[in-house]
Write a protein that binds this ligand. Structure first.
Ligand SMILES: Cc1ncc(COP(=O)(O)O)c(C=O)c1O
Length: 469
C-alpha cells in the first residue's frame, strides 16, 4: 500500500468536498480507482481517512456522502454522566461484529449473511403479499400469529423421537429476533444477581443480554465437543445455578456440535440439578456436513428452553425468531415479553411465515449449503496458505464462522487495526469470552460479501500477523 498516493487522494477529495453541499454523493470507489490511477486498497485507505476526519460518511448499500460540518459551539453534555453515574460496566459498547464496513473492504467480521445467500425473491414477494393481508392492519397476539406458532412447533416436533411428547403451538412465543429473547429468558428464569452458567467462549450478544439482565455469569469451558459434562455438574453444584445457556449446534464462535453422547450426558446433568438448558439454535439452517439435531427434541419435561431464529436465513430485515418453552417457565417468559414489547409486528410474522412455507424455501436451503461449503473451504485453504499462524483447530460442520487461535503474545487490538487499515475487517475474539480470554483468537465469518476476495483477505491477515510479532 502506498501512503503517498493515499495522501494525494485525500488532498484532492478534500478540495472536491469543500465545493459540495452536505449530502452530495462521492464518486464510487471504482471511479476513484480509475480517476487517480490507484489501487482499490489505496482508495479505501483515503476514504477511511476522510471518514475519520468527519468529512464523509458511508451508508452501506447506498454509497459515500459528504457530511454536514458543524461549526456551531461545542455542546456540553457533562451533566448527563453526573446524573446517570457509572455505566453498567459489563454491558460495554457496541460489539465489533456490528460495525459498518466501508465500501470495498473485505468484511469477515459480521454475523449476518450477505444478500446473495438470502432467498431474495421469496422475501420480496412474501412482503408484497403480507402488505395486502389482514396482518398489515391488525394487532398480533402477544405470543405470535397462531399459524407461525404452529410452524415453529411442527419444525421442532419433526426432530422429536417416538416416546417424547412433541411441543404444542401454544408452547411457542414469537420474538422480534432471538437477541431480545435471550435477555427475556435470563430475566425470567435466572433473575438479577443469580448465577447463570454459560459456555466459554460463547456468543457476545448472550454475554451482553446477561449483563443487561443483571445476572451473574459463570463460564463453563467448552471445546470442539462442547462442554465437559463433569465440569458442568461441578459448576451447577458449586454455584447453585439452575440455568445453563449453550449452543449445541454449530456454536458461535467455535463451530462445535455436541456429539450424541455429550448431549445425553449434558441432559442428564441438567435434569439431575433440576435446571434449565437454554438451547440457542441460531444456525439451524446452516448445516454443511451434518444435520442439526435440536436437543430440545429430546425433552418433554420443560428442561430445555429452545430459541430458534430465522433472521439470518430468511433476512436480517425480517427479524423473527421464537422461544419454545413449557410449563410455568413459558408463562414467565411470556409475561416478560409482554412487558418488553407487547407483540411482534404481524406484518413481519406473516411475511416470514409465507417465506418458510413456500416450496422454494426448501430449494433455497438445499442450494445454500454448497455455497456455504465452498466459502468455508476457500477461507480455510486461503488461511492455511497465507496466514499459517492462524490455527483453525475445528473445521465447523455448519454455521458461518471460523475460529482461529493466534500465536501467544499477539496484540489483538493492533492486529485488528492493521487489518482494517489494509481493508480487511476481522473480529477480535475477546468479545466472545464471558471472563478473561483464554488466548488470542479471531473470528472470521465466511458468509459476507465477495468471497472471491478471501485469498486477499487471508494474505493481509498473514502479513499483519507477521508484523505483529
Ligand atoms: C448464537 C447467536 N444467538 C443469537 C443471535 C441473535 O440473532 P437474532 O437476534 O438476529 O435472531 C446471534 C446473532 O449473531 C447469534 O450468533
Amino acid at each position: 500500500m502506498d501512503n503517498d498516493s493515499s495522501f494525494r487522494i485525500v488532498a484532492a477529495l478534500r478540495e472536491w468536498i469543500a465545493g459540495r453541499a452536505p449530502g452530495a454523493r462521492l464518486p464510487t470507489s471504482r471511479m476513484l480507482v480509475a480517476e487517480y490511477g490507484a489501487s482499490p486498497v489505496t482508495v479505501q485507505k483515503a476514504l477511511r481517512t476522510l471518514a475519520a476526519q468527519g468529512l464523509i460518511e458511508t451508508r452501506p448499500g447506498a454509497g459515500t456522502f459528504v457530511r454536514a460540518v458543524h461549526t456551531a459551539r461545542p455542546l456540553d453534555f457533562s451533566w448527563q454522566t453526573a446524573a446517570m453515574r457509572s455505566p453498567n460496566s459489563h454491558l460495554g459498547g457496541l460489539s465489533p461484529a456490528l460495525r459498518a464496513a466501508a465500501q470495498g473492504s473485505i468484511a469477515l467480521h459480521s454475523g449476518y449473511p450477505d444478500r446473495e445467500l438470502l432467498p431474495e425473491r421469496l422475501v420480496r414477494s412474501a412482503l408484497a403479499r403480507a402488505a395486502r393481508s389482514e396482518a398489515a392492519l391488525t394487532r398480533s397476539p402477544v405470543a405470535g400469529l397462531p399459524e407461525l406458532q404452529s410452524w415453529f412447533a411442527q419444525e421442532l416436533g419433526s426432530a422429536t423421537p417416538v416416546g417424547v411428547t412433541p411441543p404444542l403451538s401454544s408452547d411457542v412465543i414469537v420474538l422480534p429476533g432471538s437477541q431480545s429473547g435471550l435477555a427475556t429468558i435470563f430475566r425470567a428464569l435466572v433473575t438479577a444477581g443469580a448465577p447463570l452458567l454459560m459456555e466459554s467462549p460463547t456468543y457476545w450478544g448472550a454475554i451482553q443480554a446477561a449483563a443487561q439482565a443483571g445476572v451473574d455469569v459463570v463460564p463453563v469451558p467448552s471445546g470442539p465437543e462442547g462442554p465437559d459434562p463433569d465440569e458442568l455438574a461441578r459448576a451447577f453444584q458449586e454455584t447453585g445455578s439452575r440455568v445453563f445457556y449453550a449452543q449445541p449446534t454449530y456454536a458461535n464462535p467455535t463451530g462445535a456440535q455436541w456429539s450424541e453422547s455429550t448431549t445425553t450426558q449434558i441432559l442428564d446433568v441438567v435434569r439431575a440439578h433440576g435446571a434449565f438448558l437454554v438451547e440457542d439454535d441460531w444456525a439451524h439452517d446452516f448445516g454443511i456436513d451434518t444435520d442439526p439435531h435440536p436437543v430440545a427434541g429430546r425433552d418433554d419435561a420443560g428442561h430445555v428452553v429452545y430459541v430458534r431464529s430465522l433472521t439470518k436465513s430468511v433476512s436480517p430485515s425480517l427479524r423473527v425468531a421464537a422461544i419454545i418453552a413449557r410449563g410455568p417457565a413459558k408463562e414467565r417468559i411470556l409475561a416478560d415479553r409482554s412487558a418488553e414489547s407487547m407483540y411482534v409486528s404481524g406484518l413481519l410474522q406473516a411475511a416470514v411465515l409465507d417465506v418458510v412455507t413456500q416450496p422454494g424455501w426448501q430449494t433455497h436451503l438445499r442450494n445454500l449449503l454448497p455455497q456455504l461449503r465452498a466459502r468455508r473451504d476457500l477461507l480455510l485453504t486461503s488461511l492455511r496458505e497465507h496466514a499459517p499462524d492462524a490455527h483453525i483447530t475445528t473445521v465447523p460442520a455448519g454455521g458461518l464462522n471460523l475460529w482461529a487461535r493466534l500465536p501467544d503474545g499477539t496484540n489483538l487490538e493492533r492486529l485488528v487495526a492493521d487489518c482494517e487499515a489494509a481493508g480487511v475487517l476481522i473480529a477480535a475474539g475477546s468479545s466472545w469470552f464471558p471472563a478473561e480470554a483464554t488466548g488470542p483468537f479471531i473470528r472470521l465469518n465466511y458468509s459476507g460479501p465477495n468471497p472471491g476476495a478471501f485469498p486477499d483477505g487471508a494474505r493481509i491477515i498473514g502479513q499483519a500477523l507477521l508484523s505483529n510479532r
